[in-house]
Design a protein around this ligand. Sequence first.
Ligand code: DHE
Length: 522
Amino acid sequence: MLSSKKVSLTTILTCILGVTWFAQAQAAVDVQAVYKQHCSECHSLDRLGGNGPALLPQNLKRLRKKSAFDVIKNGRVASQMLPFREKINDEEIKALVELIYTPLKEVPVWGMEQIKASQIVTHKSGELPDTPKFKADIWNLFMVVELGDHHATLLNGDTFEPIHRLPTRFALHGGPKWAENGRYIYFASRDGWISKFDVFNLAYVAEIRAGINTRNLAVSHDGRYVIVANYLPHTLTILDARNLSPIKVLEVKDSEGKSSRVSAVYTADPRNSFVAALKDIPEIWEINYSDDPPPGFAGWEHSYHPEAGDLVKSDPFPVRRIELDSFLDDFLMNQEYTQVIGTSREGKGQVVDLDVGRALYDMDISGMPHLSSGITWTYQGKPVLATPDMKHGLVSIVDMQSWKTIKKIKTKGPGFFMRSHENSPYAWVDVFFGPNKDLMHVIDKQTLEIVKTLKPAPGKTSAHVEFTKDGKYAIVSIWDPDGAIVIYDANTLKEVKRLPMKKPSGKYNVHNKLTRSSGTSH
Ligand code: DHE
């Protein structure tokens, strides 16, 4: 009893001191000027986010003020947030923390009306020819995103010659998604712009701003719908894939009305569903996009309608909500699309069975695995999952039956992306963070040993690999303003060709993405 009183007194004192500590900071500092100079480039002047996330109390619910102070001062692992300790003093950081936890006078509304008003249609559906303007095997095309000057390059995967270079919206994030056998590709930018590019005609056909701060997009396997996962507002936006007209804005809320950012959304082809994980509510949402959702599914329906109230049975895109014990920040699905394998940033791993509708297993995995970059293959007759770790120099190999980590492969530093191909004996993983960022490990999928470590461009980050359609070549990005893509023979591991590019990030092969290869993200 006595000790609990002591604890509560201490807690109260800490809170009072903490509040005073932060509140005092604001008075002396011209915080708006500090914000403008150091933060606005990535987070935008109005704090609505751009390259970096929106800095609003709604978006920072899971970050304490003291942690925010630490992030500004020392940077954040696994993100582009740099340390500012050399540029901003402690008083200024305190004032910045106070600022970003202050709600905007007016929270911008980004609903159906605003989304619709942002739509730009340059070519109506069916207007452009159905034959490509160039000669190439469409199934072996790559789209290479160049973050350096916000462009993308369409690359011939047989000759490794660029076909076309196109401007993109500012700061694309997540994989662009191919559709309709490589005819179209959809891009998402961090500030919510979705762009549809007609690859055959080398022209954008439509664009729309589906959110203010967006995570990623997914395209239904039948090519009819695009769904966009947003951090701000807390919504999932469903678009007609033909011209990106908005069809539905799903407000992401739990049964008590608490809203949440969306971690990511993917397509689960055999289920005719999109699957989304939420960042602030421990739930997974499965959104059915078939014209006739299965009867069992309809019973789960909880579509939220601001005007009509919830639970509208004949509603398109019914939502099935699966409640979990903890949040999912990062996830992938198994090849059969029956399980969601996810972790929170704190590292709690869980395996959710989508048919049963609940988490069935805890995954024994430590560190900060990057599951959206995880890949799977068969090892000693069993499926295994391999994932890099964004905090530690290791790759975890997890048995997908027992969900135990069977090996931790020591690497030269924390990694971000991991890739392989059904026809390749190797899995490639980068060392994205730390002094060895210019290394790329090649792992033998059957011995689980690193067999070679490449250094494609000494001193420059080498990251993200994608294979050609047949798995014979692997392409590495030199993630630098003065960068390149380097093409390797995937068996001899010898360099074949190098093309200069401006900070190339991800590369996306039509075949590997559309056949949902187990060696790449979907
Ligand atoms: Fe990404 C994909 C989350 C930071 C480059 N990243 C993804 C996906 C998720 C994700 C959920 C899968 C979506 C998809 O492909 O549809 N990324 C996160 C984060 O939570 C994190 C750590 C923090 C954040 O600020 O969002 C983060 N990501 C980054 C970066 O800092 C990177 C390196 C540079 C950038 O562009 O912002 C980066 N992420 C990428 C890339 C992909 C990606 C290139 C697509 C990989 C692929 O092959 O599909």
